[in-house]
Design a protein around this ligand. Structure first.
Ligand SMILES: Cc1cc2nc3c(=O)[nH]c(=O)nc-3n(C[C@H](O)[C@H](O)[C@H](O)COP(=O)(O)OP(=O)(O)OC[C@H]3O[C@@H](n4cnc5c(N)ncnc54)[C@H](O)[C@@H]3O)c2cc1C
Length: 427
């Protein structure tokens, strides 16, 4: 056989192998290490599901809080609350791993938790959100001072979590948007006193605020009380004057308590100020830019479960060969895949870009909501029963469109720096 014949035979064999691989229809999403992480999180979430359901369906608010505490204890013992904190504060994330894999492991973490329960993802994720301002202050001494004792307690299995407090009764969107921020009526203030500050005011809807050991609280300096004077403080929640006013009775994510907090003349030492004075707004924006794609990831994690349920329902009802349904399912799978690709891109970009993070958040959460609404339409009454997982995920996903800035505010964030910066180059 001549050279051409060999070349043709080789080509045929390679094509054959290529087609066999394609027929398998699977493209591994992750490296082996990340796949292992995904499976570990799935295992944790599966075991947590009965408690999540109990908090959602049966429990009173007080019982729900106890369930949340128990889940945090389990998560602490399993290392999930220190896993993504850096080694120098007592966490398990090495600098090399952070450099190699960036925020993808964290995305996998919240996504796989949310595939079982977005509430569970918020319960655990809000701890990292609360720690983020301290990390983003890049004040390594303060990081160690504040976070090391928490990590030690977490490693001992205590639910020593952080929470993040920007929202106030009179200022929700206004503390997420620089234009609204200029006219924000800020009610939480910090007054300078010898050795530190005295905080006064109210924060509301703070995820895990009733359970936290430390909350990062953003307060306007007296006397000016403007967003420009916003400063971040790490407030130990056992400080005299800190009061948990109530836990909200909300429609979804019921396993993740959201609390109103009152700070009644709370003394915070200077060493617990996070970053310099007046850097609160920048630290807040950096935190949200890092975190918003994860909210998108949570919504899509839940949407993936709903898609599985919808496809299984269509198969059970003999609809998978129906061309109308094929159109519908293809549309949903395509929009899921596109939104997820955007979220993955947003977590890859270092440092995070305001526009990309906001787009990932509103595109993914809106897509997830469309998916769950559409699948509820197909399934009809079956999906409206309290015993249906789709019903619970519908209520849970809805909240992702509201927190970390409503999707309206996230759309405005695309213009936060004037014209959207180099958006076309970022894809
Ligand atoms: C489950 C849950 C958990 C939460 N966890 C936390 C937490 O851990 N920490 C924390 O600090 N906060 C938390 N929040 C609060 C959340 O971030 C706020 O609810 C959110 O920012 C919206 O604020 P708001 O509810 O006061 O709405 P408002 O600001 O009162 O907005 C009402 C409506 O007006 C629209 N709107 C406002 N301004 C504009 C504008 N300029 N242009 C167009 N539309 C506008 C909004 O989009 C919205 O539709 C949580 C909320 C929920 C639901």
């Amino acid at each position: 056989m001549g050279a051409e014949g060999w070349s043709a035979r080789l080509g045929e064999r390679l094509f054959e192998r290529f087609e066999r691989a394609r027929e398998g229809g699977r493209a591994p999403r992750y490296s082996a290490a990340l796949q292992r992480l995904a499976e570990q999180v799935q295992g944790f979430a599966r075991e947590a599901e009965p408690l999540v359901v109990a908090a959602d369906e049966e429990a009173s608010l007080a019982q729900g809080v106890e369930i949340a505490r128990e889940l945090l204890r389990r998560a602490a013992r399993a290392g999930w609350l220190t896993r993504f904190l850096p080694g120098w504060v007592g966490g398990q994330a090495g600098v090399a791993a952070l450099q190699q894999r960036g925020r993808l492991p964290m995305l996998i973490f919240v996504e796989e938790l949310a595939a079982v329960s977005p509430g569970l993802a918020t319960l655990l994720g809000a701890h990292y959100l609360g720690a983020m301002p301290i990390l983003l202050s890049f004040d390594f001494a303060a990081q160690r001072r504040i976070l090391r004792p928490l990590c030690a307690a977490l490693q001992a299995g205590e639910p020593a979590i952080c929470a993040f407090a920007i929202t106030e009764p009179e200022a929700g969107s206004d503390v997420e948007d620089p234009v609204g921020g200029k006219r924000a009526r800020l009610g939480t203030t910090a007054r300078r006193v010898a050795g530190g500050y005295v905080l006064k005011g109210r924060k509301c809807f703070i995820s895990g605020g009733n359970l936290a050991r430390v909350t990062t609280v953003f307060a306007a300096l007296e006397p000016e009380k403007s967003l420009r004077s916003w400063t971040c403080f790490a407030v130990p929640m056992d400080t005299p004057g800190v009061e948990v006013v109530r836990v909200e009775d909300k429609m979804g994510q019921r396993v993740s308590p959201a609390a109103e907090l009152y700070f009644d003349e709370v003394f915070v030492p200077e060493s617990y100020r996070v970053g310099p004075e007046r850097e609160g707004w920048r630290i807040n924006r950096a935190t949200l830019d890092l975190s918003r794609p994860f909210v998108g990831g949570m919504a899509l994690g839940a949407a993936r479960t709903v898609l599985h349920e919808g496809v299984a329902w269509a198969a059970k009802n003999g609809l998978m060969h129906d061309r109308f349904f094929q159109h519908e399912i293809a549309r949903l799978l395509g929009s899921y895949a596109a939104a997820r690709a955007l979220v993955v891109r947003a977590v890859e970009v270092v440092p995070p870009m305001t526009e990309l993070s906001a787009m990932a958040k509103f595109v993914a959460t809106d897509t997830a909501m469309r998916i769950v609404s559409q699948i509820m339409d197909w399934m009809g009454v079956e999906a409206t029963l309290r015993s249906s997982r789709v019903e619970r995920l519908y209520r849970d996903i809805r909240l992702t469109q509201i927190y970390e800035g409503t999707n309206e505010i996230n759309r405005l964030a695309v213009f936060e720096h004037g014209q959207p910066r180099s958006w076309a180059d970022s894809f």
